[in-house]
Ligand binder design. Structure first.
Ligand SMILES: [Zn+2]
Length: 274
């Protein structure tokens, strides 16, 4: 599933291509979008900007209108020149927004809705998001407080709660906790404020490292180890049974939490709470 860094980079690419341009064509397989387009057409509106909030991608149009999309597991936005061959099959197309020089296509995006611009921060899933480490106004203390409010939750699950801290998915969850040497199964209330603050700081550092330069994009994947070798990009995620890069102990994997999400960890570097 795309995490905050992926959505951030997608929004940046879309923004560079589309900001300031006028919509010349709008198409969607979603009835609620085409109904809206019929009543208040997209055609002729200017795309003001594209940005990301956590895992939500927002396209801001003139006339105080926002298109919110969420990628879930397999969704993605692509940018093409008109007439260029698409890299995903046509039946996966969900939304097309054309401006004279570019065509933006959303594939397999399961969540899409038009929202009044003023409502984005007032109600709904974006308004409920916790602080976003990739935001210029990231408030680490607020993220810490929101984690602390989830004392009875295991830290790995608390990190996935988008209302506590936005943008972290399954990969960063495991990588951040390994770097912090904290067991994913520790209850939040068993962690001191210093440790939680360290976890938040590591999350911010790892996520920013994956949007800050061309490295991640060139390698075609996320990395947390600072190594350029693609096979050494991550500490624990996806490495079940392979030796820990610190101590050599085989990495473990378990399904965790109400959503049974995969967690990877090193039992020696991240011992379970007593
Ligand atoms: Zn280890």
């Amino acid at each position: 599933m795309p995490e905050g860094d992926t959505i951030f980079r997608a929004a940046r690419t879309l923004n560079e291509a589309l900001a300031g341009r006028t919509v010349t064509r709008f198409e969607s397989v979603f009835a609620q979008l085409t109904r809206f387009d019929g009543a208040s057409p997209l055609l002729g509106r200017t795309i003001e900007r594209v940005d990301a909030r956590g895992k939500h991608l927002l396209i801001w149009f003139s006339g105080d209108l926002v298109l919110r999309t969420h990628m879930r597991m397999h969704g993605s936005w692509h940018i093409y020149r008109p007439g260029e061959r698409w890299q995903r099959p046509r039946h996966e197309m969900r939304i097309v927004i054309e401006t004279p020089p570019y065509v933006a296509v959303a594939f397999a995006v399961p969540v899409a809705e038009f929202v009044e611009a003023a409502a984005v921060d007032r109600e709904g899933p974006v308004a409920e998001l916790g602080p976003d480490p990739l935001s210029d106004t990231f408030d680490a203390a607020a993220a810490l407080a929101r984690l602390q409010a989830r004392g009875d939750v295991e830290i790995a699950d608390a990190l996935l709660d988008q209302r506590a801290i936005a943008g972290i998915g399954n990969v960063f969850k495991s990588e951040v906790l390994f770097a912090a040497r904290v067991s994913p199964f520790t209850l939040v209330r068993a962690l001191g404020a210093d440790t939680l603050a360290r976890i938040v700081a590591i999350a911010e550092r790892q996520m920013r490292a994956n949007v800050g330069d061309a490295g991640a994009a060139v390698l075609g994947g996320r990395r947390t180890t600072n190594r350029l070798d693609p096979s050494a990009r991550l500490w624990v995620y996806g490495r079940r049974g392979l030796p820990c890069r610190r101590c050599g102990t085989p990495i473990q994997r378990a399904k965790q939490g109400p959503d049974m999400r995969s967690t990877y960890w090193c039992e020696r570097c991240q011992p379970r709470p007593a």
